[in-house]
Write a protein that binds this ligand. Structure first.
Ligand code: SF4
Length: 258
């Protein structure tokens, strides 16, 4: 892969131009992925927990840039079905999933913070097992690609297709930010994309075993996450106001940059 330098990017560290953000809103997901691979080379990676949306991004990326980087934050509390899907992804797409772990093993967490922390303080548990490992992983990168959609949660409703991530200080690319769940599933079926078998058992959103349940008819698709708590986000995709710069060259789309 090319190792792109920061000076070649059409952004200034700490901001993404408003012009570029506006232009990107009209891009297809494939265009956004191509742009990311061209601009950032091996300094961009897809982050995925292997939900339906993530599978769409992985499949699209494989058709644009076959040796794309893919990582996950493995809380060590994932469903067996999720680990099985990870094996299938590595086999089908020929990638090695990079795994980011908490500094604390589940046993160390229990010794330090007590039994079943997720039942008492899920924010702390998510910080230890998701946010901190993600922050460390993103420290290796100049940009990350996510599969968030605006209509998933209130916190995601203002997400842009390309934006500066003020929480983690790098460029964030959300190729299917304006897609609906219906579009996601149409892509999966049209392209025979593998997906987590729990989706067929009323789990539209899948996280850790301790904090995910099946949803009942009529419930919000994310009602099965952190049941009993007001929490809807693990803290990875909280949008904060980002500075903008008045400069962009959004027209340059190219083939895979590796
Ligand atoms: S989803 Fe639950 S078990 Fe997983 S890290 Fe967050 S609080 Fe802990």
């Amino acid at each position: 892969m090319k190792d792109h330098k920061r000076t070649s990017f059409e952004y200034v560290k700490g901001a993404v131009s408003e012009e570029l953000q506006r232009a990107a809103e009209h891009w297809t997901p494939q265009h956004a992925l191509s742009w990311a691979f061209e601009k950032f080379g091996n300094r961009v990676a897809i982050s995925s927990a292997f939900g339906a949306e993530g599978m769409v991004i992985i499949d699209m990326a494989s058709r644009i840039c076959p040796d794309f980087r893919l990582f996950t934050v493995d809380t060590e509390f994932l469903f067996p079905e999720t680990y099985k899907l990870m094996d299938r992804i590595e086999e089908r797409y020929g990638v090695t999933i990079e795994r980011a772990y908490s500094l604390l093993s589940p046993e160390e967490q229990e010794r330090t913070h007590g039994d079943a922390l997720w039942t008492r303080d899920p924010d702390l548990c998510c910080n230890l097992r998701k946010v901190e490992p993600l922050r460390r992983k993103l420290g290796e990168l100049d940009a990350w690609i996510t599969s968030i959609r605006r209509d998933q949660t209130a916190a995601r409703s203002d997400a842009r297709r390309i934006e500066w991530d003020t929480k983690f200080n790098l460029v964030k690319i959300n190729p299917i930010v304006d897609w609906t769940s219906k579009q996601v599933w149409r892509y999966i079926h049209d392209h025979d994309v593998p997906y987590n078998e729990l989706h067929n058992q009323d789990y539209p959103s899948i996280g850790c075993t301790h904090c995910t349940r099946a949803v009942r008819p009529g419930e919000d698709p994310r009602a099965g996450r952190w049941p009993g708590f007001a929490k809807t986000e693990c803290g990875l995709h909280v949008i904060e106001p980002a500075p903008v710069i008045a400069e962009a060259t959004a027209s340059d789309i190219a083939e895979c940059g590796v």
